[in-house]
Structure formats: C-alpha cells, structure tokens
Design a protein around this ligand. Structure first.
Ligand code: BYC
Length: 331
C-alpha cells in the first residue's frame, strides 16, 4: 500500500530543494509500496522519522526498565541453575535495549537525550513493567505471558520497513523465544510441585494475565497511531488482532501447564475466526500510562540511581576513546 497522509512538499523551499524533496518522496513511496526497506541514509518524511523514533525509543526504554522486576529475584532464585538462567535473561534485556537505542540513534536522536527523557519521566515505556513481582512464580508468569506477548507483537516487527529496526528485531525475537520457554518451564515445574507451589503459579498467572493483554496497546478504535504505522509497514497487524492471536496461543499452552486463565469469557468466534477475551480494565491502563501504576515512581527512581551510579563508567569510556584517538593521531 502506498504511504498516506504524507506532508506535501513545503512551498518555502528553493526550486532545487523542492525537486530533491519530491524525488525523495517518490523514492520513499516506491520503497513502501514494494514492501522494501528504508535505510538511515534515505530520504524519509519527517512524520515517518518521528513515529519510528517514538516507537523504537519507547521499545528500548521498555527493555531497560523491564530488567527491574526480574532483577528483583536474582538474589532469591531457588537454585544456582535458576539464578544463572535468570541473570542471562536480564542481561539479554539490556542487550535488546542497546540494539534498540542504536537503531533509534540512526534517526538522529542521541542516546543521552533518550536517557534524559526517560529519567525525567517524559518518555513512555511498556505499561507491564509497572507491576510488582511478589513471588518466584512471577518469574515464570513474566517469561510465559509477558515474553509470550512480546514475541507475538515483535515477530511481525522483524519485517518493519525501517532496516535498522527490523534487523534488531530478528535477534531480539530469537532471544525472546528462549525467555518464553524458561518462563513456561518455571510454571510447569511449580504446577507439578506441591499444592502450595501450584497455587503460587496460578496466583501469578491470575495477576499477570490482564496486564499482559494490555501490553498490545489500546483497542483499535482508541489507537491513534495504528493506521498510519500500518500504511508505512512499521506495524503489520492491529493491536486487537495481535491480542486475539495471543489469547489463542495461551489457551492451548495453559492446558499443558495444568493451570487456568482467569477469564471465563475466552471463546473462539467461528464467524470471525478470531479468539475473543473478556473485558479489560482500560481505566487501569490509562492510570498506569499517566504514571500512577503500582510501581511507576519506583521504576524511574531506580533507573535514575543506576544512571547516576554509572556516570564514572561513561566518563572513563569517553576518556579512553579520547586517549586512543590522540595515540592514533600522534602515530
Ligand atoms: N504501554 O496508538 P497506539 C519486553 C501508548 S519489552 C505503554 O496503539 P502504537 C520485555 C502508545 O505509545 C516489550 N504505552 O500506539 C522486556 C501511544 O502513546 P504516544 C515492549 C502504551 O505505537 C524486558 C498511545 O498509547 N514492546 O518484551 O501504534 C523483560 C496510543 O497507542 C502501550 C514494544 O515496545 C503500553 N502497553 O502501538 C521482559 C513493542 N500501548 O506514543 C520483556 C513495540 C500503547 O502516542 N511497540 N501505548 O504518546 C509497538 O508495537 C507499539 O508501539 C505498541 C503501541 C503496540 C506498543
């Protein structure tokens, strides 16, 4: 589909500049209609750049803030094996954040600026990471439900029209698959354990189910960005479409776990051929987005502290790079 709602060429440009802009727009439209890729050096409409920066920086922030709820359990993991798996997972999330900040930097925003916006509370990150992790079973529920939702949402992003974003997503999705498996396995073991362990697993699933469905974003009729993002081949499916697919996946897997989903309204609609779920509390979602979720202020405070504590590492890295450059210039 050709891109829509694109800005027309501004009139105040010189004739040569107008020509260049028009050629850039024509190239961009062709690349999008061929379902091919835009690269950082290519001309792109200002609104496309802005949308990508918004989504990629929010995504990067989610990965970085998302380390906190799980890091909370590293020192209390029930065995050495569980501890090393959890540490590897949390480190993977840091890596995802770094690939994504790099992708966002190719659009002209500095990482320092993105980080400043995050710790100033001006930037969004996924709603899901504002909920507390109160038992070990939450590590299972996050891996199974949260990483499961992330895979559902992110596999189509591997085909995003912006090259650096799509390529970053390929590696991220591979790692997310491992994350989901490890979460599933934690829940399976608890579910097959003592009645108290099984109850702990069920309780975690009960608490994380609705927030994980809300990760996909507001219902389609309240999603102001979806239409244009889909026209630009950034998003490939609507929020509701992906949410419905996710419910279908979880319905099958929860049976293997021997647990239940806390939603009596789940059903497969034979007419639409889609999975449906019960009502979600969108007011709660809005509250979390407005900074009033259970852990919003704690998450930002913790990130600010970590950023300040890491200042000496950044300074040392800059000093080292400067020294290396001086050595090379002197040689
Ligand atoms: N939370 O028009 P819409 C992970 C905002 S990390 C907060 O539908 P769009 C993991 C939205 O930004 C997973 N805000 O927007 C890490 C917009 O606000 P602005 C993170 C949300 O962009 C560690 C407004 O609501 N995944 O897996 O078309 C450990 C209207 O929404 C949320 C990604 O970031 C939300 N849930 O669609 C474990 C995936 N939903 O910007 C796991 C990439 C919506 O206009 N992002 N908003 O002020 C996307 O696919 C899309 O950006 C979304 C939203 C589907 C999330």
């Amino acid at each position: 589909m050709a891109s829509q709602n694109l800005q027309s060429v501004p009139a105040e440009l010189s004739p040569e500049e107008q020509e260049r802009e028009a050629a850039g727009q024509a190239y961009f439209d062709r690349i999008i209609s061929e379902d091919s890729r835009i690269e950082p050096r290519d001309w792109m409409p200002a609104a496309y750049r802005k949308t990508l920066l918004r989504q990629i920086s929010q995504h990067a922030h989610s990965e970085i803030i998302g380390m906190q709820p799980e890091a909370n359990w590293i020192t209390r993991a029930p065995s050495l094996k569980r501890k090393s798996i959890l540490m590897a997972k949390v480190q993977d999330e840091a890596g995802h954040g770094l690939y994504l900040y790099s992708a966002a930097e190719t659009l002209g925003q500095s990482r320092d600026q993105m980080m400043e916006d995050l710790i100033a509370g001006k930037a969004r990150y996924s709603s899901i990471f504002n909920y507390p992790t109160i038992s070990w079973a939450d590590m299972g529920a996050i891996g199974w439900l949260v990483d499961g939702a992330a895979i559902c949402n992110q596999v189509p992003l591997c085909r995003a029209s912006y090259g650096p974003y799509g390529r970053a997503m390929v590696r991220i999705c591979k790692e997310e698959s491992f994350h989901q498996r490890q979460g599933f396995e934690i829940l399976l073991e608890l579910s097959n354990g003592t009645p108290a362990q099984k109850q702990m697993a069920q309780d975690a699933v009960n608490r994380w189910y609705a927030p994980s469905l809300m990760m996909f974003g507001p219902p389609d009729e309240d999603s102001p960005n979806s239409k244009q993002s889909m026209a630009w081949n950034i998003k490939r499916f609507s929020n509701d479409e992906l949410r419905s697919r996710f419910v279908g996946m979880m319905v099958e897997q929860v049976r293997v776990l021997g647990l239940t989903l806390p939603d009596k309204d789940i059903r497969f609609n034979e007419e639409t051929k889609k999975w449906e779920h019960g009502p979600l509390d969108w007011n709660e979602f809005k509250e979390v987005l407005a900074g009033r979720g259970p852990c919003n202020s704690q998450r930002i405070e913790r990130r600010r502290e970590a950023h300040e504590n890491g200042a000496w590492v950044r300074e040392a890295a800059v000093a080292y790079t400067r020294k290396q450059a001086q050595k090379e210039n002197a040689a």
